[in-house]
Write a protein that binds this ligand. Structure first.
Ligand code: ASP
Length: 444
């Protein structure tokens, strides 16, 4: 029986692009073997080998659809999947019972197994192949990652089952993305969910670090499609990451943060193709670096503001509640609520405003407002940095940069934690604004 407290333990997760073919798997094996503390490995299914390529997970969803429809499409897709895995097995030169494994999958799908089962087989097969190649034990998450009857993830049961299962192995591969319902049926997380499995495994083995290997060297300070070669973020806190991810920066599945955050296991985003780069460290608390006041800038288009004006609004108790009641009634969640003395704006995603006329009518009824109107095509930009709380003048610099760029600010919101400043601008000024803010902080 293995205990988890003998030396450093690393949980290492590899994304689909890091496991797309045999050459990739060889690179991954080298990374794993380079450090004996990389003991628990969580693989995704093979991803794209080139831009127009198909992910195995997508092929498996298609296989499931074809199984229901019948016809030639099933055999065609099955062959494609077979060829993909066969290339990996042959390229690695291992003895692996691929035909038998795929035969079982085929039989189950034709017998009516669900789409979650189908999709999960990419991780399952890749995990088995990788385990055979590097000589690690294979632990099937169908026996260790638990979902409740209603389909919700069961954190308590998973922690217990996964902890027990992994304690029996000093080195193991646990495929990402799926687990099982109480009746044994396979259930997956949402797309990209292998990140979540990695986090669960890290928690269950009380890892010192969760390394998440992908095809980029971590997070960048801004979107490289907008800013030319933005700097890499070396260290980011969980909270900063939440803010940036919410505003559009993606590398990690949203739900992957919570299990490790609770017990303070850092996540290190690394690049499988450039393993010597340190990547980005995601931690609970980090020093404030006077030279890097801003951690990152991210933003999204597609917001609208509903602006409500009423004389003496500021003296009316319950005004805000009446406004928000209307939004609640329409099932709309709001993003920001900037207010003036006699005005209140509710910023929401534009796509939630299908019934905008009815909403306005209800708002007039509920508030007896003087004037209500809507402004569309707003972009929100978040400037995020744990250093802002200590530094004076950060907001002044942000706004100076925006005004120099000739952009008119529609809305300002500084989170009460002083972790971010959010500005609303016209969508047409979105990129210009991000560039201007980045440049002013980049010269430090
Ligand atoms: N293979 C799954 C997907 O493509 C899960 C993952 O890669 O994390 O979404």
């Amino acid at each position: 029986m293995n205990s988890f407290n003998n030396g450093t333990i690393k949980t290492v997760k590899f994304g689909g692009s890091s496991l797309a073919d045999a050459e990739c798997l060889k690179k991954v094996a080298t990374i794993i073997k380079a450090d004996a503390s990389r003991r628990y490995v969580v693989p995704s299914a093979p991803g794209k080998r080139f831009k127009e390529d198909e992910k195995v997970t997508d092929m498996l969803y298609a296989l499931h659809r074809a199984a229901a429809e019948g016809g030639a499409a099933f055999e065609e897709t099955y062959e494609k999947i077979y060829t993909r895995f066969d290339g990996i097995v042959k390229g690695l030169g291992i003895d692996f019972p691929l035909a038998e494994e795929l035969e079982i999958i085929k039989k189950n799908l034709l017998a009516g197994y669900g789409s979650d089962y189908a999709a999960s087989r990419g991780e399952y097969l890749n995990g088995k192949i990788l385990a055979a190649y590097i000589g690690f034990a294979f632990v099937d998450p169908a026996t260790a990652v638990a979902f409740k009857e209603n389909g919700a993830f069961d954190a308590g049961k998973t922690d217990e089952l996964l902890g027990k299962a992994l304690a029996e192995h000093e080195y193991a591969v646990v495929p990402g993305f799926y687990g099982a319902l109480p009746d044994g049926a396979i259930k997956t997380f949402s797309r990209g969910g292998s990140d979540v499995t990695g986090s669960l495994v890290a928690k269950a083995v009380n890892a010192d670090i969760y390394e998440n290997w992908t095809d980029v060297s971590g997070f960048l300070m801004a979107d490289p499609r907008i800013v030319d070669s933005p700097k890499q973020i070396r260290t980011i806190t969980y909270r900063e990451l939440r803010e940036l991810s919410y505003m559009g920066a993606t590398v990690l599945h949203e739900d992957a943060i919570f299990p490790v955050r609770k017990i303070g296991i850092p996540i290190n985003i690394r690049n499988t193709n450039i393993p010597e780069e340190p990547g980005t460290m995601i931690v609970a608390k980090a020093e404030v670096d006077a030279e890097n006041l801003i951690t990152g800038i991210a933003g999204r288009r597609g917001f609208s503001a509903i602006i409500i004006e009423k004389d003496m609004m500021n003296q009316e108790i319950g005004f805000g509640r009446r406004v928000l009641d209307v939004f609640e009634k329409f099932g709309i969640s709001f993003e920001h609520l900037p207010s003036g003395i006699d005005t209140l704006s509710v910023v929401v995603e534009s796509k939630s405003l299908e019934k905008v006329e009815n909403i306005i009518e209800e708002l007039y009824k509920a508030t007896e407002a003087d004037h209500i109107y809507v402004e569309n095509e707003i972009a929100l930009i978040a400037v995020v940095g744990r250093g802002m709380i200590q530094a004076r003048g950060t907001a002044a610099r942000v706004f100076a940069a925006i005004s120099h760029a000739g952009v008119n600010v529609k809305m300002i919101d500084q989170g009460s934690s002083e972790l971010n400043i959010i500005v609303g601008v016209k969508e047409e000024d979105f990129e210009k604004t991000i560039k201007a803010i980045y440049e002013i902080f980049d010269n430090e």
